[in-house]
Design a protein around this ligand. Structure first.
Ligand code: IPM
Ligand code: MN
Length: 373
């Protein structure tokens, strides 16, 4: 059996951690009887600085031939923040309509959590983050002075009432950004969350802010309730996003599957990363179940560690395990996660986890373990 997988190392530590991940996936293939044919794509800051290109139509057309993309990291101090993130990472998520951002929050055996008196049995849930709507749709504007659009009347009123200034003559800068939730957009991701819960503890928590942003998240809640009606065996609850940050810390054992709009999902999964032992251990999958999905560590490119062979590759290797799951190699996916866990228990880890091993050494070791676990 052969799987074709696209590989994008990207910037900073991206290429090093991805090569460790590929070594592990190749080893899993040897054990479980499949072969991965890798195709590398040159995408990232170097190319952008040299040619001005981020992702071309050609790149996207080529990438669309793959069911899975294995992604390292992007971000470079020579490029203004936002350009690579929007032009590459978000571009791939949107172009391939990767509407699920799946982020397991699982404390592995042997990993220290900053939460007192909590262990692996307490921290084990998944966040299903909507990945194509909300405040990420890119509708907004920043301007000075007056604009004619009727929608802006309310902004005009706010400005004049609060500052006692005439927006026509005295207006300084104003900016706004709009969040969008659509019924089909919410429905597909919420359904994915319920399907995920069916194979777990059968509990889904919606995280939103329907008490204040009642248009967008009011619709989100309605859709959640409608979908829930089709899953009578699954228990449900609503949490507001501010409250959920408390509960993640105080009672992480309450959660099984958490489903949430894009921006809240971004924020709470960094908190989730911390309670599972840090960004070095937090993977993510950008999933289009019927199309091209992309798997990546949720951390950035850490440019100051570039080329030093010291970055922790475990989040990337774990993302590789998720990739294997997505392409149907479930046994191999499990073995990769067990191998990660074993390496941690043995203390065969990088500096950030209290060890002394190099990125490449951890990759090689987990690759060896994957053949025996
Ligand atoms: C993430 C990142 C991205 C996001 C950025 C880099 C665009 O923070 O994957 O969580 O906001 O989704
Ligand atoms: Mn983030």
């Amino acid at each position: 059996m052969q799987h074709a997988v696209a590989s994008i190392g990207g910037d900073g530590i991206g290429p090093e951690i991805l090569s460790a991940g590929r070594e592990v996936l190749d080893a899993a293939g040897e054990r479980f009887g499949f072969d991965i044919a890798w195709t590398e794509f040159d995408v990232g800051a170097e190319r952008y600085l040299a040619t001005g290109e981020l992702l071309t139509e050609d790149d996207l057309r080529e990438l669309s031939k793959f069911r899975a993309i294995y992604f390292g990291a992007i971000g470079d101090e020579r490029v203004k923040p936002g350009i690579l993130e929007k032009g590459i990472l978000l571009a791939i998520r949107f172009y391939f309509d990767q509407f699920v951002n799946l982020r397991p929050i699982k404390l592995l055996e042997g990993v220290e959590t900053p939460l007192a008196n909590k262990g692996p049995e307490d921290v084990d849930f998944v966040v299903v983050r909507e990945n194509t709507e909300d405040f990420y749709v890119g509708i907004g504007s920043r301007f000075s002075g007056v604009r004619e659009e009727k929608d802006l009347e309310i902004i005009r009123d706010l400005y004049e009432i609060r500052f006692g200034l005439d927006v026509e003559t005295d207006a300084d800068e104003i900016a706004y950004q709009i969040g969008v939730i659509t019924r089909p957009g919410a429905e597909r991701v919420i359904r994915y969350a319920f399907d995920t819960a069916m194979a777990r503890e059968k509990k889904v928590t919606s995280v939103d802010k329907a008490n204040v942003l009642s248009d967008v998240y009011g619709l989100w809640r309605d859709v959640f309730s409608d979908v829930a009606a089709g899953y009578p065996g699954v228990s449900t609850e609503f949490n507001f996003v501010d409250a959920v940050t408390m509960w993640f810390v105080k009672n992480p054992e309450w959660f099984d599957v958490v489903v949430t709009p894009n921006m809240f999902g971004d924020i709470i999964t960094d908190l989730g990363a911390m309670i599972q032992g840090g960004l070095g251990l937090a993977p993510g999958g950008n999933i289009n179940p019927a199309g091209t999905s992309m798997f990546e560590p949720i951390h950035g490119s850490a440019p100051k560690y570039r080329g030093k062979d010291i970055a922790n590759p475990l989040a990337t290797i774990w993302a590789g395990s998720m990739l294997l799951d997505q392409i149907g190699e479930h046994e191999a996916a499990k073995a990769v996660l067990s191998a990660i866990e074993k390496s941690i228990i043995e203390g065969f880890v990088t500096r950030d986890m209290g060890g002394a091993k190099k990125t490449s050494e951890v990759g090689r070791h987990v690759a060896a373990l994957v053949k025996t676990v």
